[in-house]
Design a protein around this ligand. Structure first.
Ligand code: DGJ
Length: 737
């Protein structure tokens, strides 16, 4: 047995007997493949880190009872099982027999990422699949994807082309995933895997996380626990339609498949063409769902979104404050108010553009990205100057992938939209919205130019809110050839990525928010081009506790735009005191989503103080803090609590939100987590409204005490009787002595 590379993350071992093992190792996890030349590629193990000697000894591993399952199951020879890949060859054959041809390893000098590529070759056709596995230094995530190449003389039709597959030993395995709807995104659900097929699918075409999300966790030791138990995570990084399947079969296995949804998307692979599938990011933790979340957050901060190490600016967004009623006086007022509150950025939302067709509602003007000088006589530059004069930055909303029937763009380029080739068009928002056909390179150029023109003309634009408010309702590309219409979804997203890559290359420093009718695009397929995402148009603080809780399973807090909005809330009509709205918004990227002129002087004071405390205490912890979820809202204790702890364990922020009013009914005392047991932490309450400080204010407790016992959080406030209400929340800042 000869180890080719014992130091690198991948260890390839040639066994003189038969098997050649590939050890894909991260600091705490191992995946072992049997990549014996001339045989099918097998997955033998995914779990806790193995030592290299055992990982390279396929025989020993198998003797422990581990099975060798196909690593990328193919259709044709074992058809009673689900397949990750299925094709129709030019001669009509539907069989694949993919055998290991070569194993290569490469390192990315910039990131230190290592990729192992196992090339599979069909035993008859010149058809190959590269199965890739990438790891990064110090991160417990393995990204897997495939590159499928047609070496045949005629086209091959791809019927199924998953990114990856993972066999999971059957047991009391529970699935955790996010579902929901627009205004109700990111709901977490836990369910046991039972015999049969569980399918998670998204077919919006544009926004793929309003309903189902493409990220899941599997708890292998029964009901998910936050701090213990083995958990596998799988996150498909793709902006378009996807399908995740978990087949719990008659044998001892759950089979997990994830990839682009092939339905209505047959892909015709020309001779010589390669189709690359999106990455599936796998993680494994023995520290429960919390451990898996921390793995994903670290990986995301290092590689999966822009400017992860740059503190996010506290912003005021105009949408819920004025909706479409943009005018110069109103914008100037908001800029001044935000500066006065200590904010750092003002973002002008929808309603600022359109010449022939002014944008006064959602019915028209998308595509006409010229400033409406009737509303803004001094244009965008006037507002940038006002922002600068007030010491803050300026940002702007656009929806560059879209147009309206009522727009100058559509009048000029009716051939640039997605529409059925021979039927009546079904429109989107406002009754006239359409999607620009990003499969068309001319349209890609145009969408790039929209953003490029804005940013070149106005270098003072610091932030873009990139929105997308429509599903692909019509199947039809006026650009794609008749025999390539089934490529529409895939080519659209390829085109979108090309545009975003160009924008990012030219404007690396601009902050860009990913928004899609709220949280419709919370997915790591797009996040590398963005700095953050808008969690939901639902800004009701109480509901945000749930939505942000769900998203926190996979996304770190700085990615989540979380704003203080009006009371009563514009969607739920719920009244919530300013303290509660602040305490919830402060657990993500803090912003304001209301008209500051409507704040009472007392509320203004509270918001000003919150912004200052957020900048001083919370933001530096959130930027790379590890999440510890302490009390889940779904557990029914009528309260929720979580905390973030810096990697050095010297600072932490603890949140507690009451979800119901208690009368002689008690919430559990929440034990903290993630602290250094030996260090002592001084407690400081943020956003304090009580006339008297909490009993533990300014006191120091050891990490051990706080993790064994926690602190008793009072359900209400020590304030005059008339100021009391049924809400309750606390934010505590902990600093090691
Ligand atoms: C949908 C977004 O989610 C909102 O925040 C807002 O930007 C509107 N679009 C504007 O039309």
């Amino acid at each position: 047995m000869k180890a080719l590379n014992l130091i690198a993350a991948f260890v390839l071992c040639t066994l003189p007997a038969f098997a050649e093992s590939v050890h894909i190792a991260t600091p705490n996890t191992s995946m072992v493949l049997d990549a014996t030349r001339g045989k099918h590629l097998k997955n033998i193990y995914y779990g806790s880190r193995l030592d290299d000697a055992l990982a390279s000894d396929v025989k020993a591993l198998k003797s422990s009872g581990l099975s060798a399952m196909e690593a990328y199951p193919q259709y044709g020879l074992m058809n009673n099982r689900e397949a990750a890949i299925g094709v129709i060859h030019a001669d009509g054959s539907m069989t694949l027999d993919m055998i290991v041809d070569a194993v290569k390893e490469s390192t990315d000098k910039k990131t230190g990422a290592k990729t192992v590529t196992v090339t599979l070759k069909d035993s008859y056709y010149p058809f190959t699949v590269d199965v890739n596995y990438r790891t990064y230094p110090a991160l417990d995530v393995i990204e897997t994807w495939t590159a499928i190449t047609n070496g045949e003389k005629e086209t091959v039709r791809l019927q199924q082309f998953d990114s990856g597959y993972l066999p999971v030993r059957r047991g009391d395995v529970w699935l955790s995933h996010l579902y929901g709807a627009q205004l109700n995104e990111g709901h977490l659900t836990h369910e046991p895997l039972t015999p049969g097929m569980k399918v998670i699918v998204n077919r919006d075409g544009i926004r793929n996380s309003h309903t189902a999300h493409s990220e899941i966790m599997l708890s292998l030791d029964g009901k998910p626990r936050e701090t213990e138990g083995r958990v596998i995570g799988a996150a498909l990084c793709y902006s378009g339609n996807y399908k995740l399947r978990i087949d719990t079969d008659q044998h001892a296995w759950h089979h997990v498949f994830a990839g682009i949804d092939p339905d209505n998307s047959e892909y015709i692979l020309s001779p010589g063409e390669t189709f690359v599938t999106p990455e599936l990011a796998l993680t494994y933790s023995t520290e429960g769902t919390g451990g898996a979340s921390r793995n994903y957050h670290r990986w995301a901060r290092n590689h999966k979104f822009a400017h992860a190490d740059v503190p996010r600016k506290v912003l005021l967004n105009s949408w819920e404050g004025v909706y479409f009623n943009i005018d110069e006086d109103g914008m100037t007022r908001m800029i001044k108010d935000m500066a006065d509150l200590g904010g750092e950025l003002f973002v002008m939302d929808d309603g600022w553009f359109g010449d022939k067709y002014p944008r006064n509602n959602s019915k028209g003007s998308l595509g006409d990205w010229v400033v409406d000088t009737r509303k803004l006589p001094h244009g965008i530059q006037g507002l940038i100057d006002t922002a600068k004069a007030n010491g803050i930055e300026f940002g702007i909303w656009i929806e560059p992938e879209m147009t309206n029937v009522q727009s100058e763009l559509y009048e000029k380029h009716p051939d640039w939209v997605l529409k059925p080739l021979n039927h009546k068009t079904v429109y989107g928002r406002g009754g006239g919205q359409m999607i620009l056909d990003l499969a068309n390179p001319e349209v890609q150029e145009h969408v790039f130019t929209i953003v490029d023109t804005l940013l070149t003309k106005y270098p003072g634009i610091d932030y873009i809110k990139w929105d997308a408010n429509m599903a692909v309702r019509n199947h039809g590309s006026q650009y794609l050839a008749p025999d390539r219409q089934s490529h529409l979804y895939i080519e659209y997203h390829k085109g979108l990525r090309k545009v975003l890559e160009r924008i990012r290359a030219k404007y690396p420093d601009v902050t860009i928010q990913n928004c899609a009718s709220g949280g419709g695009r919370a997915n790591y397929g797009l996040m590398p081009y963005f700095d953050e995402f808008w969690v939901s148009d639902n800004t009701d603080a109480k509901q945000r506790v749930w939505l942000q809780w769900g998203d926190s399973y996979f996304f770190p807090p700085t990615l989540m735009a979380s704003h203080i909005s009006a009371s009563p809330d514009h969607h739920s009509y719920r009244f919530a005191p300013m303290k509660y709205r602040i305490d919830v918004a402060m657990s993500g990227r803090l912003g304001v989503e209301m008209q500051p002129v409507q704040m009472t002087p007392e509320e203004r004071k509270m918001v000003r103080n919150a912004i200052a405390e957020y900048k001083q205490y919370v933001r530096p912890v959130l930027i790379d803090g590890d999440i510890y979820r302490l009390l889940a809202p779904e557990e029914g204790h009528n309260a929720a609590s979580l905390m973030y702890v810096t990697p050095q364990k010297d600072r932490a922020v603890f949140y507690w939100w009451k979800l119901e009013q208690y009368q002689n009914q008690h919430a559990p005392r929440v034990r903290m987590a993630g602290l250094d047991p030996k260090r002592k932490y001084v407690i400081r309450e943020l956003n304090r409204i009580d006339s008297k400080p909490l009993s533990f204010e300014g006191k120091a407790f050891s990490g051990k005490f706080l993790m064994d016992n926690g602190l008793e959080i009072p359900y209400g406030y020590n304030v005059p009787k008339d100021d009391r209400n049924d809400f309750g929340s606390r934010v505590l800042y902990l600093e090691a002595q």
